[in-house]
Design a protein around this ligand. Structure first.
Ligand code: AMP
Length: 205
């Protein structure tokens, strides 16, 4: 078992997706992201309704649905993983602790006003899944720029609700790992390269 079982925590818009993609590529890890898995299954019927009903409102998808995604992904991740977007509440954190140990818990810290600006300006390339920003990261290729779309849940009202849900449900998870010891806080401000260097220092220390 590798010593690269990494949990990346942080509010929506902190850069977890960008940074965990880089970590997965750099260290050849499985990238386990509940957000992407749920987006690919937005219309799936479950006994709680479809994931999309919760996601478009900025609410959490019920625990049994996300736990099942995570346990299946973990069972294939023998050479290490980076977990992104899970756990988002204390029950999920408890469930995770029954499934695996973690080697690194990294918290990406970004002030709230910057999160709103990042999320409402975010645009996604539907063909590649790559993220851009209307102001800070415009694609060079006008063809890509033309096909960019906004995630349904990146509209301002939903962003505010996602941040509220984060404060209510996920901040206690951050506190839980902080109290348990071993949580390392990294500034998520600056360029993606700068942030990645900070995370790499933590993972390699
Ligand atoms: P993300 O791409 O991580 O921002 O997730 C987008 C949306 O997917 C969230 O706003 C939730 O509705 C849902 N989601 C992702 N991960 C979880 C999770 N661990 N628990 C519950 N809902 C989740």
């Amino acid at each position: 078992m590798s010593d690269h079982r990494i949990l990346l925590l942080g509010p929506p818009g902190a850069g977890k997706g960008t940074q965990s993609t880089r970590l997965a590529e750099t260290y050849d890890l499985d990238h386990i992201t509940t957000g992407d898995a749920l987006r690919a299954n937005k219309e799936m019927e479950t006994e709680y309704g479809t994931p999309g009903e919760y996601m478009d409102a900025g609410e959490l998808v019920p625990d049994p649905v996300v736990n099942e995604i995570v346990v299946a992904a973990l069972s294939n991740a023998d050479d290490g993983f980076v977990l992104d977007g899970y756990p988002r509440n204390l029950d999920q954190a408890e469930y995770l602790s029954e499934q695996t140990d973690l080697d690194h818990v990294v918290f990406l810290d970004v002030p709230e006003d910057e999160l709103v600006e990042r999320l409402t300006g975010r645009r996604v390339d539907p063909e590649t899944g790559d993220n851009y920003h209307v102001e800070f990261d415009v694609p060079d290729d006008p063809e890509i720029e033309e096909r960019l779309v906004q995630r349904e849940d990146d509209q301002e009202d939903t962003v505010r609700e996602r941040l509220r849900v984060y404060r209510e449900n996920t901040e206690p998870v951050v506190e839980h790992y902080r109290e348990a010891g071993g949580l390392v806080e990294v500034s998520g401000e600056g360029t993606p390269d700068e942030v990645f260097e900070r995370i790499r220092d933590v993972v390699e220390e």
